[in-house]
Ligand binder design. Structure first.
Ligand SMILES: Cc1cc2nc3c(=O)[nH]c(=O)nc-3n(C[C@H](O)[C@H](O)[C@H](O)COP(=O)(O)OP(=O)(O)OC[C@H]3O[C@@H](n4cnc5c(N)ncnc54)[C@H](O)[C@@H]3O)c2cc1C
Length: 339
């Protein structure tokens, strides 16, 4: 969380650790390990020595449009073929809104700045919705927000971005294992493959017989008897697992209300601020909760209430709050709204 690996530490041409910098405090420290795994996704190329001769990442941007659900109501995910290039594009319900995405093109921007959708991508995504659902008559002005991500695709020789394989790769150089590419859905397989490559480097660590199940059932009591419909209960249990009891046991009854237009409870914002390592306001509104993507104008209409939560839970004074709110609004305008 805001701790960046600045450089690799070598001994006799082998990676033996990393030098990290806490970007909040500015403190730097060296960390040593028997095996260093570079799992930095699309940034994997930035952590190689100058002699590096392994695979390279081809950063491919994928962008999305978010619509209010009532504007584009789909009861489940649908896959559409874009008429222009026959790529699959998804339209799916998400957190009470509807998402259309994604695109797939060479990113071509610095990797250390937040990605954003481009004008042609907006038109590309609107085209497919208009083509498939002409009666909806979607306009740019219907778009609630946008967001983009950059895929770590292992670069091959393909001309078209969408022809590149999405498989993960693992490679070792100078004693450091790098892993990149692949899918979220194959996370466990990828982790097991990395451990297999790491095993000979740490022979003293024994393989355990039966793997633990990746997800455990929530143990403990039922949720408190508050009026939440079945869907909202399941959503909370799915997101927070065994923490859900703590989230619901709030002393503030108004925290158990939904934030209008979303399925997110105010209690989740408080929980995020209290427990989920928030350093900046955008951590809370865009990543721990998603209300910055789900609410009109990034949720700026609710900033007074969010300010009170941040001041209570994070101890931010007014000056800090104002700085956080200003940089959040700037980020939202630049990267989550329409260009
Ligand atoms: C638009 C889009 C659509 C996608 N669709 C799907 C899909 O439908 N299904 C699917 O399964 N997958 C999908 N993916 C792929 C999936 O999101 C990625 O493959 C996955 O997130 C890669 O995980 P990772 O852990 O390797 O990298 P990341 O999730 O990117 O994690 C890398 C981490 O390393 C950190 N880091 C980078 N540099 C440093 C440094 N120097 N020091 C410290 N930390 C550092 C970063 O902050 C980041 O937290 C999609 C990706 C995108 C962008």
């Amino acid at each position: 969380n805001y701790v960046r690996v600045q450089e690799l530490l070598f001994q006799k041409n082998r990676v033996i650790g990393v030098c990290v910098k806490d970007e909040i405090t500015g403190n730097e420290t060296d960390l040593f390990a028997r095996v260093v795994v570079n799992a930095t996704g699309v940034w994997a190329d930035q952590l190689h020595s100058s002699k590096y001769n392994g695979p390279h990442i081809r950063p491919l941007r994928g962008s999305h449009l978010v619509f209010p659900f009532w504007k584009l109501p789909v009861s489940q995910a649908v896959t559409l073929r874009h008429p222009a290039d026959k790529r699959p594009v998804f339209v799916f319900p998400w957190e009470g809104a509807t998402i259309v995405g994604t695109t797939d093109l060479d990113h071509g921007e610095p990797l250390n700045s937040e990605p954003r959708i481009s004008f042609p991508e907006i038109e590309y995504l609107l085209d497919i919705v208009r083509y498939q659902f002409p009666s909806v008559e979607l306009e740019r002005s219907d778009i609630l927000s946008t967001f983009a991500g950059v895929r770590p695709v292992i670069g091959g020789s393909k001309k078209r971005p969408s022809s590149e394989k999405r498989d993960h790769s693992i490679w070792e150089q100078d004693g450091m294992i790098s892993v990149s590419g692949g899918k979220l859905t194959t996370f466990r397989l990828i982790a097991q493959d990395v451990l297999r490559v790491a095993a000979p480097l740490i022979p003293s660590v024994e393989e355990r017989g039966t793997p633990d199940p990746p997800f455990n059932k929530r143990k403990g009591d039922e949720l408190p008897p508050i009026s939440l419909n079945h869907f909202l209960r399941r959503r909370l249990e799915g997101r927070y697992g065994s923490h859900v009891m703590h989230i619901m046991q709030t002393e503030m009854n108004e925290d158990l209300e939904r934030i209008p237009g979303t399925n997110t409870l105010w209690a989740e914002v408080r929980w995020g601020a209290r427990e989920e390592g928030i350093m900046h306001l955008d951590d809370l509104l865009l990543r721990r909760t998603r209300i910055g993507i789900l609410l009109e104008k990034g949720g700026t209409g609710y900033l007074d209430r969010i300010r009170d939560i941040c001041r209570q839970e994070l101890g931010w004074d007014l000056k800090r709050w104002e700085a956080e709110a200003a940089s959040y609004k700037k980020l939202w305008e630049e990267c989550y709204s329409l260009p």
